[in-house]
Structure formats: structure tokens, C-alpha cells
Design a protein around this ligand. Structure first.
Ligand SMILES: Cc1cc2nc3c(=O)[nH]c(=O)nc-3n(C[C@H](O)[C@H](O)[C@H](O)COP(=O)(O)OP(=O)(O)OC[C@H]3O[C@@H](n4cnc5c(N)ncnc54)[C@H](O)[C@@H]3O)c2cc1C
Length: 562
């Protein structure tokens, strides 16, 4: 094979990216078909998703490739030419072109309509085929702030701030940000020292330093701050909204610098000093922490799980197509069993997490619409933290496998999107809660809220729908996970050390069961069997399974010529 035929193979690989990534996503479309959306909603949903997916591929993707490049990253402009302070962030024009497409999709504007979680999650998943792309975080933060204002704020505060967040026209829309983290602690939000002083007319003045401020260019900031005299810890935190400008001037803040980040580089994240910034409370002050975590952070955790799965999907698309075209030692690399095994592992990772966020989104949809049962609200409490943890851990692994399939080319920035996806997916692991902190939170909730039975019953119901013989392995793993979860609650030293491993297996059992429940002969069922045999079978039978290659073929069967 000569150089020009090798280049032709690469061009054929590049050309294979689907024109409509929603239409090409069979497993997602099957979830949509089986969802509880009525026919009218589903029809509108499908048209809308296809339209946005096409625009992501043709408009957002090329724009993001430009503004994520190190030569075109956002810059801080603190003063204008005549020396007045402006505290502005300047972006490459392509950034705003992509923003216009994202906002026009209604991803953010849907926050004004309770119960649009399926639409919002799927739009975000499709956007995340391009990584964070500079806009996934701003859209997520704006959705969280809009939800908090809609659900918790006093009418006058809501009417003042919410409408501009729901604007679909990017050039007129205001964007939201959420600043909790301070230098002395991100996980430990109760250590916040930012202070709020009452003005006396219902507004407050906020002062102090916020250490990680993504969407530093936002028009509205949600901040946690402690009213003077309020108790220490999380109980004393209020939740406020601060407009960026008051009468055209920066509202009592100075952007110290933009952080130079490893990933999510198209997004401006800074450090901000507040000095008497004018703020309005979002809901009762004593509920500040509950608003910040229960609405805002939980929204971000849900959408982080969704976005990380979109990145896995993209990595799989890149790697699977590459394996169909790239030749080594005279053969397409996609025929080599070890390459197929890696692809099947990537695909089952993506599919398991796709099913997980879909399950979570059903709960989000009902909670946001006010239709959720107590059982659903309890299960959501478990799933939102668990999904954020588990999906964000798996995403970089899947992307790294994709890089490996592309060989040396996988490490080259302008060869494929994979290096950027890898960096972005690692950032997703830490923001909105690090691994151990989320795991500890899940353990606390299981104990305090008595959730073990709720989780176990949900899993048993999924397993009962599966017909594959592998369901027995999942059933056994579920039983053991339940027992170990109970022990983790009763025996704190055991839990502190072992619960993370317990949760990993519990979650894998959920993913496997949900995939098996897709039914006989589906690629989902084959992926569920693979997950169960490789990760949950105590006898590790997959190593010597005579049907292992067939199962891999079945996992990959949904892809053309896989
Ligand atoms: C690119 C980027 C953008 C961000 N943007 C924002 C933003 O816009 N707004 C915002 O508020 N924050 C933002 N963050 C901050 C982010 O939410 C925090 O980094 C995160 O919550 C972790 O806090 P920390 O960095 O202070 O880590 P720490 O809390 O110092 O944790 C350090 C390590 O200790 C572990 N640890 C801590 N406590 C425990 C425990 N009890 N048990 C076991 N292990 C523990 C953690 O898991 C972690 O591994 C951003 C972060 C990044 C990377």
C-alpha cells in the first residue's frame, strides 16, 4: 500500500461521519421510541433533534475546532482604551457563531417550560459530540439558574431576571453562571467565607473571592454567600443572583484572571473578587444551600453525565469508522480480534451510560413538571450523584481507547477531535463534584434517607424484564451489592474504604440490566451481556467463553460493516 492509498483511506474515514448524528444513533432512537413521550411530543422531538444534530456537525463542530485552538482562546479585557474598567471577556467570533446555533435550538429556552428534560438532555448530548465546545457549560449553568429562579425565587426577583435567560436569540439572551467554589474548598462548600450584607430594601451586598468561575463572561451570576451573623457551615449559606452590570458598569466585581485550563478551553473560567456587588436572594436565605445543591448543582450533575456520554459516543464513532478504513499488515484493523474487543468495550461503555442518563432524565422530566412520586424523587437523589460520578469516570477511559485505536494519529491535535475530548472529559470528572465526594454523598443519602430498598427494588424490576441467561449473573451481583451497601451504612469504617467499589458494581449491574431489558437479539442485549460477563461475573468466564467473539460481533452489529 502506498502513501496516496493510505491518505485515501483516511479521507474515507473522515467522510464517514454521519450527516445526521441523531438519525444514526439507533440505540438513542430506540430509547425515544420506548419512552413515555406521547406521539405528538415524540414527532416534534425527532424532527428537532435531527435538525440540531445536523447543525452541530456542520456549524458548531468546525467553529469549535477554531475557537478551541490555543491561538484563539478567550481573553480578558479589564480596561477599555480610555482606561475605564470593563471586566470583559473577548472571544473569537466563531465562538458566538456556535453560540447562536446552540441557543437557537431551544436547549436553554426550554427551561421556561416545566418538564422538557428529554429535549434538553438530548440536545446537550448531541452538542457534546463536539466536546464541551465552549457552550455546554454556559447552557447548563443558565438552565440551572433559570430552574432556581422559576422554582424558588420571589415573584419580583423571578420577573426581573428570568425572562432574559429564556431568550432564544443568542444576541439578546443573558447567560448564567454558578459560583460556589472558593480557594479554601470546592467540595467543602460549607467553608465559604463570601459575605452578604443586607441593604435594607430586600437587596444585599456581596463581598469576597470566588476561585473557580466558569462562564466568567455571564450576564447573571448565581453565588453562595453567608449573610452576616448566619451560622457556620452549609446551613448559613444564602443563594443570590447578581447581574453582571448595574447601569452599564461592572457590578462590584473584578476579574482577577482567566485560568489556563487543561480542557474545556473554549470556555472562559476565571477568578473573581466581589466587593459590595448588588445581589438579590433566590428564595428564602436559610434554604440557600438546598437551592444551590438541590436545584443548581443537581441540574449540572445530570447534564454533566449526559455530556460525558456524548463524548463517549463521538469517540466510538471516530474509532469504529477508523477501524473500518485503516489498514495495517495488509488488513483493515477492524478485523483484528483485539481491536474488535476494544471497540466492543467502548461501545458497551457508551451504551450503558446512555441508558443510565436516559433513566435519570425520565426522573428529571417528572420532577421538573411536578409529577414525580416520592419513590421517584428518592431514586433520583441516588441516581443523580451516582450517574455524574460513574459516567464521568468512564468517559476518559472510552476516549483513551479511541485514541489507542487511532494509534499515533490519535495523539495529534489537528488529526481528530479525540485529544480535545480526552481533556474535556477529564475536567468533567472534577467539576460538579469529585469522585470520592460524590460517592460519600451517595452513601450518606442511602443511610439517612433509607434508600437502599428503593434502589434495590428498581434494579430487581429491570432484571426481571431481561430474558438473557446472563441476567442471573446480574441478579447475583445486585444481591451482593445490596448486602455490601447495607454493611457500608452500618459499619462506617468499612463504608469509607469499600463503598466506592460497591457502588461501581451496583451501577454496572444497573447498566447491564437496562441493556439486557432491551430484548433478545439487540446490540444492547449483547452489550449488557458483555458488561455482565467482564465486570460482574465472579468466575470471570469471559476469558474462556467460546462465544466471546460472537458476542463482540453482536455488540458491533449495529454499525455498518463493523
Ligand atoms: C475547569 C473547571 C471549572 C470549574 N468551574 C466552576 C464554577 O464555575 N463554579 C464553581 O463553583 N466551581 C467550579 N469548579 C470547581 C469544582 O467544582 C471543584 O474543583 C470541585 O468541586 C472540587 O473541589 P476542589 O477543587 O476544591 O477539590 P477538594 O475539595 O480540595 O478535593 C481534593 C480531593 O480530595 C478529595 N476529597 C475531598 N473531601 C473528601 C472526603 N470527605 N472524602 C474523600 N475524599 C475527599 C476529593 O475527591 C478530591 O479528590 C470548576 C472546576 C474546574 C476544574
Amino acid at each position: 500500500m502506498d502513501a496516496s492509498s493510505a491518505r485515501r483511506d483516511l479521507e474515507a474515514w473522515r467522510a464517514e461521519f454521519p450527516v445526521d448524528p441523531f438519525a444514526a444513533d439507533g440505540p438513542l432512537r430506540r430509547l425515544v421510541e420506548r419512552s413515555e413521550m406521547d406521539d405528538e411530543r415524540r414527532r416534534l422531538f425527532e424532527t428537532r433533534m435531527s435538525g440540531f444534530a445536523r447543525r452541530v456537525a456542520t456549524e458548531v463542530g468546525p467553529a469549535a475546532a477554531r475557537y478551541e485552538h490555543r491561538a484563539h482562546l478567550p481573553e480578558l479585557v479589564r480596561y477599555e482604551g480610555f482606561g475605564s474598567r470593563v471586566e470583559r471577556v473577548e472571544f473569537d467570533p466563531a465562538y458566538h457563531d456556535a453560540g447562536a446555533v446552540v441557543w437557537d435550538s431551544g436547549l436553554v429556552a426550554d427551561s421556561g417550560t416545566p418538564g422538557r428534560a428529554y429535549e434538553q438532555a438530548t440536545l446537550l448530548y448531541l452538542l457534546s459530540l463536539e466536546g464541551e465546545a465552549g457552550h455546554a457549560c454556559p447552557a447548563t449553568c443558565t438552565i440551572g439558574l433559570a430552574r432556581a429562579l422559576r422554582r424558588r425565587a420571589a415573584t419580583a426577583v423571578r420577573d426581573r431576571f428570568l425572562p432574559a435567560l429564556l431568550e432564544r436569540d443568542y444576541s439578546r439572551a443573558e447567560r448564567g453562571a454558578q459560583f460556589l467554589t472558593e480557594v479554601q474548598g470546592g467540595s467543602d462548600v460549607g467553608a465559604n467565607t463570601c459575605e452578604a450584607v443586607a441593604v435594607g430594601d430586600g437587596t444585599w451586598r456581596v463581598s469576597g473571592e470566588k476561585w473557580f468561575c466558569s462562564v466568567a463572561d455571564a450576564d447573571q451570576f448565581l453565588v453562595t454567600a453567608r449573610p452576616v451573623g448566619a451560622p457556620e457551615g452549609t446551613a448559613g449559606l444564602g443563594c443570590f443572583v447578581l447581574p453582571r452590570r448595574i447601569e452599564g458598569e461592572p457590578n462590584g466585581f473584578a476579574l482577577r484572571r482567566l485560568k489556563e485550563k487543561f480542557g474545556t478551553r473554549g470556555l472562559a473560567s476565571g477568578e473573581i473578587d466581589f466587593d459590595g456587588a448588588l445581589a438579590w436572594p433566590i428564595g428564602p436565605l436559610e434554604d440557600g444551600f438546598r437551592t444551590a445543591v438541590g436545584i443548581v448543582l443537581n441540574t449540572s450533575r445530570w447534564l454533566t453525565a449526559v455530556g460525558a456520554t456524548g463524548m463517549m459516543r463521538r469517540a466510538y464513532l471516530e474509532a469504529a469508522a477508523y477501524a473500518r478504513h485503516r489498514r495495517a499488515f495488509g488488513r483493515r484493523i477492524g478485523v483484528y480480534p483485539a481491536v474488535r474487543a476494544t471497540l466492543a468495550s467502548m461501545k458497551s461503555g457508551w451504551l450503558g451510560n446512555l441508558h443510565l442518563w436516559w433513566l435519570l432524565t425520565l426522573l428529571e422530566d417528572r420532577i421538573d413538571a411536578g409529577n414525580a412520586t416520592d419513590e421517584e424523587a428518592a431514586f433520583h437523589r441516588f441516581l443523580v450523584n451516582t450517574a455524574k460520578y460513574a459516567v464521568s469516570v468512564r468517559a476518559p477511559q472510552v476516549v483513551r481507547d479511541g485514541i489507542e485505536i487511532l494509534g499515533g494519529n490519535g495523539t495529534i491535535e489537528d488529526f481528530s477531535i479525540l485529544p480535545r475530548l480526552y481533556r474535556d472529559s477529564i475536567v468533567y470528572e472534577s467539576w460538579e463534584g469529585t469522585h470520592n465526594v460524590l460517592v460519600a454523598q451517595v452513601l450518606r443519602d442511602l443511610g439517612h434517607l433509607e434508600l437502599v430498598g428503593v434502589v434495590a427494588d428498581r434494579l430487581d424490576a429491570l432484571i426481571a424484564r431481561a430474558t438473557s441467561p446472563t441476567a442471573a449473573i446480574v441478579g447475583q451481583a445486585a444481591k451482593e451489592a445490596r448486602a455490601h451497601a447495607e454493611r457500608s451504612i452500618d459499619d462506617p469504617p468499612f463504608g469509607a474504604l469499600h463503598f466506592r467499589g460497591v457502588l461501581d458494581r451496583w451501577l454496572l449491574a444497573f447498566q447491564a440490566a437496562s441493556l439486557l431489558a432491551a430484548g433478545p437479539g439487540t446490540e444492547e442485549e449483547a452489550a449488557g451481556e458483555l458488561l455482565a460477563l467482564q465486570h460482574l461475573d465472579p468466575e470471570h468466564r469471559s476469558a474462556a467463553d467460546p462465544h466471546h467473539a460472537e458476542r463482540i460481533d453482536a455488540v458491533l452489529a449495529g454499525d455498518a460493516d463493523a
